[in-house]
Design a protein around this ligand. Sequence first.
Ligand code: 3PG
Length: 408
Amino acid sequence: KTIADLGDLRGKRVLVRSDLNVPLDGQSITDDGRIRASAPTITMLSQMGARVVVCAHLGRPKGEPEAKYSLAPVARRLSEIVNTPVAFAEDTVGPAAEVAVAALEDGDVLLLENLRFNKGETGKTDAERAEFAGRLAALADVFVSDGFGVVHREQASVYDVAKLLPHATGGLVESEVNVLRRLTAEPERPYAVVLGGAKVSDKLGVIGNLLGTADRLLVGGGMVFTFLAAQGHEVGTSLLEADQVDTVKGYLERAEKEGVEIVLPVDVVAADSFSADAAHDVVAADAIPADRMGLDIGPRSNELFAEKLADCRTVFWNGPMGAFEMEPFAEGTRALAKTLADITAGGALTVVGGGDSAAAVRQLGFDDSQFGHISTGGGASLEYLEGKELPGLTVLDSDEVSDEVSDG
Ligand code: 3PG
């Protein structure tokens, strides 16, 4: 169901789960992409005359309030973006939230404090989450699920609350799923996936699944050293997940059998320490000195990756190619973003997945419009491509609303 299926929302209290988990430097938001992506649904509901109660999380607090994880700065930014005042409740389901919800008039927007200041939000079992979900549901008449970045989480505000209120899928979740569906169901070929970022273990599931769908898999970032080690190379002091080497070896063999081309860097930028002013130079990927760590893919690899992507009609990219936050190690990520922007201009469908990769391309001076789609979900988009069932999506398929709905 979409928002239109919920009928006339004028005067109705609509609880919207958004993903407003943005990077902060103190009180200042360093990348507001997720707030911008969440704004259209909020604006639309407000214009429909709904009383909009937005809920979201920030970071990973442990079920207790912590000032550094407050959503207050996000409320201010959201207000600027939706161009309407956004009230802020200093708790999530407590007295402040109740008073603030009761004060809403048609078209008003309220943001509740960080959901994860409450243990019930991330409780492991249905029972642990039930009370909190009930209190959240009591604040609203209907629920709109629009936080794509959290649909892989079985959490109170994503999953349980949808069983307690009539619900609909928000426009952001809808558009994200529509794009990702194009990658899983008959992508235009050649279809390449580029994976980077620090941890190979986070991406093992998706790699396994991609071997059945993608034509090429390009690997960079910290995770590539586990691949190089699996090929028998020394990786110096680079990031290495030794316990994953055998699994990666298995993937390399499978890829060969299934005709999936795995493309690894041929050179890397190797440094003597993990810092912006480290001594560094370019070395061959199979000759990393014992006292050096690879912090970016090298110039020949950038060319190789550009070549392997040039004829692709579909590309999914998750994870930076190097430690891009430090200028000497940003070139691999920049070059890749440039290649993707070029092939997008040539008509290919490019999808950049994940908060970190999205923030990286923006920080490096690219604009969202240079890519086919920038997904707000990192873990969520990977799990979607992995073929996993995402609890926050499956729960929306059922129209059943539990009898335990609180009467609010
Ligand atoms: C994200 O940043 O990927 C989402 O906001 C989900 O956050 P989480 O990984 O802390 O659940």
